[in-house]
Structure formats: C-alpha cells, structure tokens
Design a protein around this ligand. Structure first.
Ligand code: ADP
Ligand code: MG
Length: 305
C-alpha cells in the first residue's frame, strides 16, 4: 500500500529555507521589458531619485540642517495579480545596478512560523552585506493590521514576527520593495515606513497593444491582428496576455500549423477569461469584487492617521 502522508506530516517535513534561498540574484527584468503608464513610472522614479539626489539636496542645498536624511527607501507596489509588480521590483534593482533578494513573505510566515524572525534577520543581514535590493513578494499579510486578539499561539507568534520585522526595517538603510495584491487593513506602523505606494492597474487599450507586441517574438510565425486583440479583449492583465500567447502557440504547434493563426489567440484569451470567471464564481463572488484594489488616496489616508 502506498504511504500517504498527512497534510500535517508534509508540513512538518518541509525543510526550512536554506541560506541559499536568500542569496542575491541578478535582476531578471529591466524597465524596457515592462509596459507601464507614464504615471506609474513617474511614481517609481520619484522615490528612486531620492537616493540618487540625496547628496545634492542634503549637502549642496543644505537640507541636512533642517531635515532628517532619509536613507531607507521602501516602495509598495500594489494592484491586481499579473500587472507587473514582480517584474517592476526586478527592474528597480536593475536600474540601481544592484542584485535583488526575493523573499516570498507569505511562504516564510506560514511555513516556518517559529523560525520566521530568525529567517527575516538572516535576509536583512544578507541584503546589507551584499548591498542588494530586498524584495518581499506577496507581502499582503505583512502589511495588514497586526493581530489584536491573541487567542492562539500562532497569532502571538505572528505578532512577534511583525515586531521583529519593524525593528529590522528601522535599522535597514537599503532599498526595500513590497508587492501586494490587496491589503484590506493597513498596519500604520509599516505604512509610515513606506515612502511610495504605487498602484499597478490593468493595462488600458494602448498598453495592451504594446504588451501584445512586446510578448510576441519576432521569430514567431503568426498572423495575429494585435489591434483587434487589444480592442476586443479588455479587463485583462499582462500576465493573461502572456499566458494566452503561450497557450495559442502550443496549440498551433500541436496541430502542426505552419503559422499561429489569429483565431488561436482569440480562443486562448477567451478560455483564460472563462476560467478566471469560473474561479471567481467558485470563490463566491464576482472577480471585480474578489480581487479588489484600493486607491492611492485610500492608502495615503491610511498612512496619515
Ligand atoms: N506591465 C507589464 N508589461 C509587460 N509584461 C507584463 C506586464 N504585466 C505582466 N506582464 C507579463 O506577466 C508576467 C507576470 O507578471 P508579474 O510581474 O509576475 O505580475 P504580478 O507580480 O503583478 O503578479 C510577466 O512575466 C510578463 O510576461
Ligand atoms: Mg508577483
């Protein structure tokens, strides 16, 4: 009889993250790979320029006498899944000519409850030593309000982790990027430490056209009419476009087509839209309600409490 492991056993046997997992890597993307609105790019650059212009503003223009020097730079990229937040974090590192340490916060917090503070300390230390950009992906849980009702030991441990994290953030002088899909309840202690909140929206018509062009390789024989695809299929993310291309191309290859016909792309995007709709339904709601994002004004109002 096959030995079936219980969920708990699987959980207990998950090896703790090795130090290797926190090693800095070369960024995988640069800003040229990304299609974003000018406003989004501008908001990111506003924050990044703080680092580059510090000497000029503080020393030459004398703000050192009147203002506290802001060495740490923390950005929060928020918005719907598949809109380019992870890519943008890599692009930030590339732009600053630094390596990036990517940490999936949800993973660390759920799998390694007891070890989380230890792991976080390691991550920050490594980022400091290697002068890397620290990137916390899926940081929703981390940026939301701390647990106030300490009914279980897990809650207590989550709060301890957050206290450690706040301390580490305070002591860190480098660049941190958080990516979140939807944070319902911001913890003001974290929010105060974040200089820029940048919303990643679903691409508009023009941006969709650019993304389609961008993600269709020159070598690919196809007769896709990108104008039609961008016009006809709205409300989709860059990631949906990327997946649709992959799906269409493989289907055409499987059917021994010489070129990928336009219809393959339409079919692929329709099927992706359909499965997203079904998925949202199963979660008990319309997708628009399920994957809610908050406005910049809302985020700012939360910070100023
Ligand atoms: N704005 C964009 N410009 C270009 N490609 C995009 C964009 N958004 C998403 N993509 C495509 O979707 C994939 C997933 O994007 P990702 O950065 O992981 O999204 P997120 O982190 O917001 O969920 C990318 O690798 C890329 O192929
Ligand atoms: Mg991501």
């Amino acid at each position: 009889m096959p030995i079936v492991k219980s969920k708990k056993e699987e959980f207990d046997n998950t090896p703790p993250p090795s130090d290797e997992q926190f090693s800095p890597q070369k960024p995988k993307f640069c800003f040229n790979d990304l299609v974003l609105s000018d406003k989004t790019i501008d908001e990111i650059m506003d924050v990044l320029s703080i680092q580059q212009l510090q000497n000029h503003v503080f020393d030459t223009w004398g703000l050192i006498k009147t203002h506290k020097m802001q060495r740490k730079i923390a950005l929060n990229f928020y918005g719907e899944p598949g809109t380019g937040k992870t890519m943008a974090a890599h692009a930030v590192a590339h732009y600053l000519e630094k390596d990036i340490i990517e940490v999936n916060y949800a993973d660390i917090e759920s799998k390694y409850v007891g070890d989380t503070p230890k792991n976080l300390t390691k991550v920050f230390k490594k980022a400091k030593e290697t002068n890397s950009v620290l990137f916390f992906d899926e940081a929703d849980a981390m940026l939301s309000k701390r647990v106030t009702n300490m009914s279980s030991s897990t809650d207590t441990s989550v709060n301890q982790t957050r206290s450690v994290l706040l301390m580490l953030l305070n002591d860190f002088d480098g660049i941190i990027v958080f990516a979140t899909n939807f944070v319902s309840n911001y913890d003001t202690a974290f929010m105060r430490r974040i200089l820029g909140h940048v919303e990643f929206k679903l691409p508009c018509h023009t941006e969709r056209t650019k993304i389609w062009h961008h993600l269709l390789p020159k070598e690919l024989p196809h007769n896709a009419n990108v104008d039609i695809l961008a016009e006809k299929f709205g409300g989709i993310s860059g990631s949906d476009i990327s997946n649709a291309i992959l799906k269409a191309v493989f289907k055409a290859a499987r059917n021994n087509e010489k070129i990928v016909h336009h219809d393959y792309f339409e079919y692929a995007i329709e099927s992706i839209q359909h499965s997203k709709k079904m998925n949202a339904k199963n979660k008990g709601g319309d997708e628009k309600v399920e994957i809610k994002t908050v406005s910049r004004e809302y985020v700012e109002s939360q910070i100023n409490i």
